[in-house]
Design a protein around this ligand. Structure first.
Ligand code: HEM
Length: 397
């Protein structure tokens, strides 16, 4: 059954109040001692663009050197942050395969792992790690990282953006004890970041996956996965101190969780992720038309991709994304369908890397996504940002 936009948004608003109870035994962590006490990265340890992964490494949920296996990534996301099976497996599978893993199992959470990660596959280019996955995973208009093509000449500098969120106008002037970086604040920031990128990055580009899943999650995960839960606030509060700690504002790479911290009560799945993000488009309707498209080689030349043409009419327009789970569905479909375009440039034989991604498809069956006829990448080729994603020029020294 399809819902009207109003009904969908009303349902989303109602769901926001449906929080489960609070169970300290299951949700809370004491990081003051023991195997999961914070340990800062040493000179040889890899850290990258994802504050969640950096925290996992610094708290010993994945190896401290920043090279983790697929299963370690799945377990750490679930155990530490409460992502549900579909999200944990999607992130881990996509990360391992698209980072150009030497054995399609180990992934560097940062840059090139060198000889610290096994190589058993025949590779067409060196292993560059998760940070190198621009436009196939890592995206433009991230909350706190600058766009790769915007102003940074080297991947090392493709790191911390200014303190965008803490300086954000909605939190300025609010005392530490009162601020809460909740989903509406993050949605406002997302709209702002998108416009900043369009105005400053001539090659900004959002594929369906990077626009509807990655850039979206990069914003909503900040609250949904970093917020601290308490008996009084089971829905979570993300205060300024927790945010700054989680993002290692002072020392990039030192991302950590507060000494005493409680994760979400109910695991976050893709359906909830989809619902969480729909109200954004009620407040910022033009943002919806920017989730797939890009600049055409000059700033402020943004052109949306024609969704009807891209999907052979299955997704007739952007408004269709607001029905059911369609918003996430479009991104998931492209993630699976276009992965080989990137993998073919990394692996002599893509069977294993592509298999790791396609094995996850049954996990999304419950979303009842529309059946999309396969689509090509012709419509993307007008965007320099899409074409540049296949060169990895920034990673070749
Ligand atoms: C295997 C698991 C994971 C993988 C492979 C992964 C990968 C990534 C990648 C590639 C990005 C860059 C996206 C962008 O450019 O905006 C990213 C960003 C981000 N990730 Fe993860 N991630 C994982 C798990 C998590 C978890 C569990 C959290 C929990 C908090 C998290 C929080 C974030 C946030 C908040 C950002 C945005 C960073 C920014 O401000 O730019 N991730 N992640």
């Amino acid at each position: 059954m399809k819902f009207s936009l109003v009904a969908v948004l009303a349902a989303a608003a109602n769901t926001a109040f449906a929080f489960p109870g609070f169970d300290a035994a299951k949700q809370c962590f004491d990081f003051t001692h023991g195997e999961h006490k914070f340990v800062a990265p040493g000179p040889g340890d890899l850290r990258g663009v994802c504050p969640g992964l950096n925290s996992m490494a610094n708290h010993g949920y994945i190896p401290h050197n920043g090279i983790a296996t697929y299963q370690q990534l799945v377990n750490a996301s679930t155990d530490l942050f409460g992502t549900d099976t579909d999200i944990s497996h999607l992130l881990a599978a996509y990360g391992v395969s698209l980072s150009g893993s030497g054995d399609v199992d180990h992934m560097s959470i940062g840059g090139p792992p060198g000889d610290r990660a096994p190589i058993t596959e025949e590779l067409l280019r060196p292993v560059f790690g998760l940070s190198s996955t621009h436009n196939n995973f890592e995206s433009d208009a991230s909350p706190m990282r600058g766009d790769l093509y915007e102003k940074y000449l080297s991947p090392q500098k493709h790191h911390h953006q200014i303190n965008l969120l803490t300086n954000h106008r909605n939190s300025n002037g609010i005392p530490d004890g009162k601020v809460n970086y909740s989903l509406p604040i993050l949605a406002e920031m997302r709209a702002e970041r998108m416009n900043q990128s369009i105005a400053n990055n001539k090659d900004v580009f959002f594929s369906p996956f990077s626009g509807t899943i990655v850039q979206t999650a990069a914003h909503s995960f900040i609250f949904q996965l970093f917020a601290n839960r308490t008996e009084k606030s089971p829905e979570g509060i993300l205060d300024r101190k927790t945010l700054k700690t989680a993002y290692a504002m002072e020392t990039p790479g030192h991302e950590r969780l507060p000494d005493y911290w409680c994760k979400r009560g109910e695991n976050l799945n893709i359906a909830q992720f989809n619902i969480d993000n729909l109200p954004t488009f009620k407040k910022y309707p033009d943002l919806l038309h920017k989730v797939v498209g890009g600049n055409e080689g000059a700033v402020n030349t943004f052109k949306s991709v024609n969704l009807a043409q891209l999907t052979n009419g299955t997704f007739p327009n952007f408004e269709f994304l607001l029905q059911d789970n369609n918003y996430a569905c479009l991104g998931l479909f492209q993630a699976v369908y276009h992965a080989p375009l990137f993998l073919e440039k990394m692996y002599a034989n893509i069977t294993k890397a592509n298999g790791l991604i396609s094995e996850q498809v049954p996990l999304f069956a419950y979303l009842n996504c529309p059946k999309v006829a396969p689509f090509g990448d012709e419509l993307f080729k007008q965007y320099p940002g899409w074409n540049r994603s296949f060169t990895w020029d920034e990673w070749k020294t």
